[in-house]
Design a protein around this ligand. Structure first.
Ligand code: FAD
Length: 279
């Protein structure tokens, strides 16, 4: 029996034509999972504003409901307003609103809005209820937060400012998600919180990402992955197994859907989706 939960897929803007062709191939394949929307990152890894807009258009042309990410760090109200107006004209109805990160080593100009809650408030002020606004949640705490309680408070501020739903940072420990959702609910906040799911395909890359974003790779998982060394096929097969079990546990225990960080690759997300009978 297929499972009917809201699936969303995240992509990033491709850097060249070959990468763009790969993205289109991946997206076409992943449409078999019936995503309710696909999202496109902004500014991450050096990508540009136009890269996000072009990728959104590319995915809209494939028939996807596409949601650009938008980050406010280093930007101005005027620039953000212009981006919002362009997206509105393009028929976009959903935005993933983030603070973003300045590239490391660059002190730089923080811009006019300092936190994602400021951006959410600005979107509501500028565009009213036109956009459905997604924000980020951190079951294992955002790495810069002064405490778990402060981070929860700041998450609540994004909802008070007008966010409709949330996508979490990825994690490998389902209890962290359930604990986070429980603490959010205890504050009287009832927006959907969709777990972000990172497929496992490459240990070095995963370790690098996890270091940056504060997602813990549990000891047992790390040691198993290290043991596989360069055996990519075994890492993939093991990864699909681990991520399928995690996803099933989340869905069985109340997660409203799954948001896959596809990294523009279809294979691992597709394999997990098929195991979960999402296709
Ligand atoms: P915020 O919610 O603003 O929180 C950032 C930090 O500030 C937290 O530690 C919070 O506790 C703290 N804080 C918030 N308000 C206050 C306050 N008033 N006073 C003091 N501290 C405060 N990055 C990109 O560059 N591009 C992307 O496309 C992108 N997509 C993402 C998608 C998802 C689903 C997720 C989970 C993350 C994504 N990121 C992306 C990464 C994100 O930009 C970083 O994690 C960033 O460091 C924080 O963004 P935020 O929106 O969570 O910020």
């Amino acid at each position: 029996m297929s499972q009917k939960k809201a699936i969303s897929l995240e992509f990033f803007p491709p850097r060249d034509i070959a990468a763009q062709e790969k993205l289109v191939r991946s997206a076409k394949q992943l449409l078999a999972l019936h995503p309710s929307y696909v999202s496109v990152t902004f500014g991450a890894g050096g990508s540009t504003r136009s890269g996000t807009a072009e990728t959104v258009r590319l995915l809209q042309n494939l028939g996807c409901d596409a949601a650009p990410h938008l980050s406010c760090i280093g930007s101005t109200r005027a620039v953000l307003a212009d981006i919002l107006d362009t997206y509105r004209q393009q028929g976009i109805r959903r935005i993933v609103a983030l603070r973003g990160d300045l590239p490391s080593g660059m002190g730089g100009d923080q811009g006019e809005l300092h936190y994602a809650s400021d951006l959410v408030a600005f979107i509501r002020q500028h565009s009213g209820d036109w956009f459905h606004i997604e924000v980020a949640g951190y079951p294992e705490m955002h790495p810069q937060a002064s405490s778990a309680e402060a981070d929860l408070e700041h998450f609540g501020n994004k909802v008070k400012a007008g966010a409709n739903s949330a996508i979490t940072q990825y994690f490998f420990n389902a209890d962290a998600y359930f604990d986070f959702v429980g603490r959010v609910r205890a504050k009287g906040i009832d927006i959907p919180i969709v777990p972000g799911i990172m497929p496992i395909t490459n240990y070095a890359q995963l370790a690098r990402f996890s270091n940056m974003c504060g997602a813990e790779i549990p000891r047992w998982l790390r040691l198993r992955l290290v043991d596989y060394g360069d055996d990519k096929a075994s890492i993939r097969a093991f990864g699909v197994d681990v991520i399928t079990k995690l996803s099933q546990d989340l869905l069985d225990n109340g997660a409203p859907g799954l948001h896959f960080y596809t990294l523009n690759n279809a294979e691992a997300t597709m394999a997990v989706g098929q195991q979960l009978r999402l296709d």
